[in-house]
Design a protein around this ligand. Structure first.
Ligand SMILES: [Zn+2]
Ligand SMILES: [Zn+2]
Length: 347
């Protein structure tokens, strides 16, 4: 069999499941994976709907995959056909100045499967098969389901932001602004890392209910109450760490407003180019350290896999919908609803 089913995006709002050739290894280090499961990311949804414009057609979306190795190219030494794997979407060279110090997500020769960022975009995993390079593969431990494993990349991003960059410590009082799928993963990481008070802020009661179930000690809806006042009632000393996982600029402004002396704050969710103002003197005297975090790297992927393998975090808990690839239009419909968390495509 030389063809496969894939969801091909031919223009904005024009995506259909088609029969296309199965990708084959052509070069050293390349591998082809039979995709079992792929997370449906908001980035994919934005590309399909034309909200994100940096898309070259035709393309196959999907950058949160897990599957089984089906073909290996020359020089592949750590994986063989039949291995169950998790795929990091961001490919890297391993040799440029950024890769040499572990920041593979800054790689000067980067490529990405099914996503955006680098200029070099490969077809993604809303397909039965996907080609990538060996450097992007991780062995999937047996206890982790393919669906849970598909969420390794977003979980790794949460670990990287909360733990690696913002250095959350046990008993820190943590505020997460925006508790959609990414915010919930940040919250789960903070919970398992021993957060003291863990406050979720969101304008959606659906999201806040989920946050409460997954370990938030307090929930705050800024459409109904003054978020700053409420946070300081809960934590009179103010937060040790604030993570913005929301997206809108108002969330970043709220984060800046919630700081006290020594607060660490992470610009994590926003990707649009909007401005916010800081009082320079106040910034000086607050010594509130600002971090930002995007993407992932092998260190974060490895940590995320360990969080799941040891049972510390169960990413299945945030999966609300699963669709066969043939039901891609139903999946897109669900993505536009506010009553969902993580949507999984099973090709
Ligand atoms: Zn994503
Ligand atoms: Zn590099």
């Amino acid at each position: 069999m030389s063809t496969m089913r894939a969801a091909v995006l031919r223009d904005f709002n024009k995506i259909e499941v088609e029969e296309v050739p199965i990708p084959r290894v052509e070069d050293v280090g390349e591998v082809v994976v039979r995709i079992k499961s792929c997370g449906f990311c908001a980035t994919d949804y934005k590309a399909i709907k034309g909200i994100r414009r940096n898309v070259r057609f035709p393309t196959i979306p999907g950058h949160e995959p897990s599957g089984i190795v089906s073909e290996i190219g020359p020089g592949v030494v750590n994986f063989k056909v039949g291995d169950e794997v998790i795929i990091q979407p961001s490919g890297y060279c391993g040799f440029c100045r950024h890769c040499r110090v572990g920041n593979t997500h800054y790689c000067e020769h980067a490529f990405v499967t099914g996503g955006d960022g680098p200029d070099d975009v490969w077809d993604g995993a809303f397909a039965e098969y996907m080609k990538t390079r060996e450097c992007c593969l991780f062995h999937k431990p047996a206890p982790i389901s393919f669906d849970a494993a598909a969420l390794t990349e977003p979980l790794s991003g949460a670990w990287k932001g909360v733990i690696h960059y913002s250095e959350m410590k046990v008993a820190d009082d943590v505020v997460v602004i925006g508790v959609g799928s990414m915010g919930l993963l940040c919250l789960m990481v903070a919970k398992v890392a021993g957060a003291g008070r863990l406050i979720a802020i969101d304008t959606s009661d659906y999201a806040l209910r989920n946050a409460k179930e997954l370990g938030a000690t307090h929930i705050v809806n800024p459409t109904r109450e003054d978020a700053r006042k409420r946070v300081y009632e809960i934590i009179p000393d103010g937060p040790d760490l604030i993570v913005e996982a929301a997206g809108p600029i108002e969330a970043v402004r709220l984060m800046a407003d919630l700081r006290r002396r020594g607060t660490r704050w992470n610009v994590f969710g926003i990707t649009t180019h909007e401005k916010f103002e800081l009082d320079a003197g106040k910034t000086h005297f607050l010594e509130a350290r600002m971090d930002a975090s995007f993407g992932t790297n092998p260190l974060a992927m490895t940590r995320a896999i360990k969080l799941m393998e040891t049972g510390l975090i169960d990413t299945e808990k945030i999966i609300t919908h699963r669709f066969d690839l043939s039901k891609i239009h139903e999946a897109i419909e669900v993505m536009s609803s506010s009553q969902r968390n993580k949507v999984i495509i099973n090709p």
